[in-house]
Design a protein around this ligand. Structure first.
Ligand SMILES: Nc1ncnc2c1ncn2[C@@H]1O[C@H](COP(=O)(O)OP(=O)(O)OP(=O)(O)O)[C@@H](O)[C@H]1O
Length: 298
């Protein structure tokens, strides 16, 4: 199991990562989401030990990765920016990576090449962005790593390929007990797929939680009451945001929504009350709004 504890990193004087703690689990998909430039790629590169670590510890199977770098042979990283050697093709790259990764499977590679319909003898540098991503993904899955880090891999894939991609990934995670961290801005895609999510902003993890639990914790209620609703009397329910659209009040809160309704009924004549479910994108916007992101006035 992979565990990142109190990880910090500076580029010169710039503090890019501050006290990062994440706990991705095996047989699970971990979504790493965050604002632009918050440090997602740097964190993934740090896990791969591409950068020198400043502070903190990365554990794999309870052992410090820095002291046991042989574990990295079970890790596979697909970078956001893909650069391939001059005139390389998928078939040449596969032959090369077969020497590097002890579990690289020819059978899996052949099946995936057929499934994604990739030309294995075409120059990778002449492929489109989406085709390059598919080629990189095929190699990653064929390598059968224990830890798979995917940096913005679905960005640039069309809807049909995305569906194929998720089908393959989910099956591999379940069958091979892989730990997968996937960073993406495509929150709608991650919403249906991830077990756990880490939300990052300005080099920090704002929240890390099982996605279903995250959805249970932040709720949105909409209601109409006779008279003007005053949130001041409802502080115990920790209202993060309260807006009124026409006669409907919409509150985002972390307190208990059923108890909120009971309290509301004590103080007002309630004309309408609904609990709304939050999706990952709404949770993300709420969390980042709480951190002051996107709230600047024009
Ligand atoms: N090698 C480097 N030297 C100095 N600063 C860097 C370096 N790499 C990244 N940065 C800076 O670190 C910050 C985090 O960058 P990073 O690429 O990790 O963010 P990200 O979350 O992946 O961003 P995005 O979602 O926009 O792709 C940015 O401010 C970036 O400019």
């Amino acid at each position: 199991m992979l565990k990142v504890e109190n990880l910090s990193k500076k580029f010169g004087e710039f503090q890019v990562l501050s006290n990062i703690n994440i706990n991705p689990e095996s047989s699970q998909l971990y979504g790493l989401v965050g604002s632009n430039g918050c440090g997602k790629t740097t964190l993934l590169k740090q896990i791969m030990m591409i950068y020198k670590q400043d502070e903190g510890t990365i554990y794999y199977d309870d052992k410090e990765l820095k002291e046991n770098t042989e574990f990295l042979s079970d890790f596979y990283f697909v970078q956001d920016s893909l650069f391939f050697p001059y005139q390389s093709t998928l078939s040449k790259l596969f032959a090369y990576e077969k020497l590097l990764y002890k579990n690289m499977s020819t059978e899996k590679f052949d099946n995936l090449v057929k499934y994604f319909n990739i030309e294995i003898n075409k120059s990778l540098n002449k492929m489109s962005k989406g085709q390059k991503k598919q080629a990189a993904f095929v190699l990653a899955i064929a390598a059968q790593p224990k830890v798979l880090l995917l940096d913005e891999i679905v960005d640039g894939l069309d809807a049909v390929i995305k569906r194929k991609f998720w089908d393959v990934l989910i099956q591999e995670v379940m069958e091979n007990e892989m730990t997968v961290i996937i960073s993406s801005h495509d929150l709608k895609e991650l919403d249906n797929i991830c077990d756990k999510v880490g939300i990052m902003h300005e080099g920090k993890i704002l929240k890390e939680e099982n996605l279903e639990k995250m959805k249970d914790e932040i709720k949105r209620v909409q209601f109409a009451v006779e008279g003007e609703f005053n949130p001041d009397g409802f502080k115990e329910f920790n209202i993060i945001k309260s807006v009124k659209i026409g006669s409907i009040n919409i509150c985002t809160l972390t307190g208990n929504a059923d108890e909120f309704k009971q309290q509301l009924e004590k103080e007002y004549k309630v004309l309408l009350f609904d609990k709304l479910s939050m999706n990952l994108e709404e949770i993300f916007i709420t969390e980042l709004g709480g951190a002051g992101y996107g709230t600047e006035k024009k």
